[in-house]
Write a protein that binds this ligand. Structure first.
Ligand code: HEM
Ligand SMILES: [Zn+2]
Length: 183
């Protein structure tokens, strides 16, 4: 996982619980990165999962809900650091359609060792979109948070239903989205 993701988690923890909590969390890690993450560096997924499960206990929040909240937080950071990807779009659907073949492709050029998830799309009607997510990391709850805040950014409400999920043994996660436009 890229250091960018760890840095966003660090920021969220410091805001919610203070810098001491983050220091304790990284000191408890068994690996040797010892909590020093550079944006371009790559660190073990397990280290991210360990931090998330520690945080889940500290906040008394189930992991799925925590990861979803982290997704919401992360999209705000992405908007600050990668505004250009948002500016090209005037609605949420068009932005979401650009993630697999534009945004994550650019991210991969920037950070060749990044492991980006795969999204397939089914686009059958103007106010609907199906996103089919696949990644060994099974971070669909992270995607849920990102999708929710995407709606807010574009002044839309997105009804999202995950009708099929890798956490329940499916091959991929299937998100059925309905967009309710700017009113
Ligand atoms: C400007 C917007 C975005 C940027 C710059 C961005 C960039 C990134 C980066 C750097 C990672 C980490 C990859 C790694 O550590 O190997 C990542 C992971 C991820 N991204 Fe994006 N992303 C953006 C928007 C989105 C959106 C809108 C979605 C879905 C709706 C999405 C879905 C994911 C997921 C689920 C992961 C977790 C990794 C995995 O599932 O394997 N991203 N993204
Ligand atoms: Zn899922």
């Amino acid at each position: 996982m890229k250091g960018f993701v760890f840095n966003v988690l660090n920021k969220m923890v410091e805001e919610k619980l203070g810098i001491e909590a983050w220091d304790q969390m990284v000191n408890q890690l068994s690996s040797d990165s010892a909590g020093v993450y550079t944006s371009g560096g790559t660190y073990p997924d397990k280290e991210f999962l360990d931090l998330v499960s520690d945080l889940s206990e500290r906040l008394q929040t189930p992991v799925a809900e925590l990861v979803r909240n982290f997704g919401k937080y992360a999209l705000h950071e992405m908007k600050k650091q990668y505004a250009i990807f948002f500016e090209k779009h005037s609605d949420a659907k068009s932005f979401l359609l650009s993630i697999d073949q534009v945004v994550h492709v650019e991210v991969k050029k920037l950070y060749p060792e990044a492991k980006l998830p795969e999204f397939l799309y089914e686009d059958r009607s103007p106010n609907e979109l199906v996103m089919i997510y696949h990644s060994e990391r099974k971070m669909c709850h992270f995607a849920e948070g990102l999708i929710e805040v995407t709606g807010e950014f574009f002044g839309e409400e997105i009804d999202q239903r995950q009708v099929q999920c890798m956490h329940e043994g499916a091959e991929s996660c299937r998100f059925e989205l309905k967009f309710r436009g700017k009113g």
